[in-house]
Design a protein around this ligand. Structure first.
Ligand code: DAH
Length: 339
């Protein structure tokens, strides 16, 4: 019996030695120690052993089992360790390799300029709202005091979808849309894309952007307009910026003006940038025309307000000293990367 157990043990150890992967070690375990394994077969044969020898044989079987198990366990651990080491070696990361460049995009100069303008006005309590780019002739013109046949309609070369629908030529129709809703007071900023059938050149594009502002309340005066737009100019172009309001004409405001800012390049002395005048034209503005208020259901005896319209591209071009508007639309990465 002793010899048989010794044989089993030798054979098991040989099999363990030969096993080159964990699955094979498991086969060895099943073959020798499993329910139908060889060692179990010995135990099952105990009934043929003389009763007085049984404890001794039992002990020998247990010792053999323990010995095989110990070697099995030891080899299993060794094998797993080797596998882990191999895996780590394969997966090793060379931290000295140059990393793949993570190309994060960034904002377009138009967007940067718009966010700057929005920051200034939301800081003064304005709410940003948007209007449709495809607009009724009614809102784009008539409700802004530009009836059919009015010369201003020809000045803004319009893309017509049909007789009554246009690609908006200005963001001003948002004024009419908001006033019509009847919620007063109004204090809004409305940026967006506008369209005019213009030829492309350094200062024109058939599609560009405007930012409209509108405030309607009791006792709003031209002084409020001047104060507000002066703050805006200083925030955008620097504390030393001066403003100048020149009389102008817009059908939907009365009185109307254009605002110039002192040239932030030469401080007003006159340079190439401001074409020698010391001033740069920035926006159109005025007190909302009483007739416009009336057409939008607001009593001009009770409420007054002012409005303004800024060309976004103009701000971006000035701020970044870009001399050709086409650069903003060509999507040349080498250009856009600089902002
Ligand atoms: N909509 C005008 C334009 O496209 C700009 C403008 C001027 C807007 C005066 C206004 C304003 O709100 O009061 O030329």
């Amino acid at each position: 019996m002793k010899e048989r157990l010794q044989n089993i043990k030798d054979e098991a150890l040989k099999a363990i030695e030969a096993a080159d992967m964990p699955e094979k070690l498991n086969d060895v375990r099943v073959k020798f120690l499993g329910k139908k394994g060889e060692l179990t077969a010995v135990l099952k044969g105990m009934k043929d052993v003389a009763p007085e020898d049984r404890p001794k044989v039992g002990q020998m079987v247990n010792e053999t089992r323990a010995a095989i198990e110990a070697v099995l366990e030891e080899n299993k651990e060794k094998m797993e360790k080797a596998i882990r080491a191999e895996k780590l070696k394969k997966e090793v990361i060379d931290v000295t390799l140059p990393a793949k460049k993570n190309c994060v995009g960034h904002r377009h100069p138009n967007t940067i300029a718009l966010e700057e303008v929005e920051r200034v006005f939301t800081g003064m309590g304005y709410e940003v709202v948007e209007g449709p780019e495809i607009e009724y002739d009614e809102y784009n013109f008539r409700k802004l005091n530009i009836p059919d046949g009015h010369p201003a309609k020809d000045e803004q070369d319009t893309f017509y979808i049909n007789k009554n629908i246009v690609l908006r030529t200005q963001t001003s129709p948002v004024q009419a849309r908001i006033m019509e809703q009847g919620k007063l007071p109004i204090c809004i900023l409305s940026p967006g894309r506008v369209f005019r059938s213009d030829e492309v050149d350094a200062t024109h594009s058939p599609s560009f952007h405007q930012i409209e502002g509108l405030i309607i309340d009791k006792n709003i005066s031209f002084a409020d307009l001047k104060g507000t737009l002066e703050v805006f100019a200083k925030e955008l172009f620097g504390e030393d910026t001066k403003t100048k309001f020149r009389p102008h004409h817009f059908p939907f405001t009365e009185p109307s003006a254009e605002m110039d800012v002192s040239c932030f390049k030469c401080g007003g002395k006159g340079c190439r940038f401001c074409k020698g005048s010391g001033w740069i034209e920035i926006l159109g503005c005025g007190m909302v025309h009483p007739h416009v208020l009336e057409m939008c259901g607001i009593d001009p005896e009770e409420y007054t307000g002012f409005a303004f319209g800024v060309g976004l591209e103009r701000i971006a071009l000035l701020k970044y000293e870009i001399d050709d508007m086409r650069l903003l639309y060509e999507n040349d990465i080498r250009f856009l990367k600089q902002f």
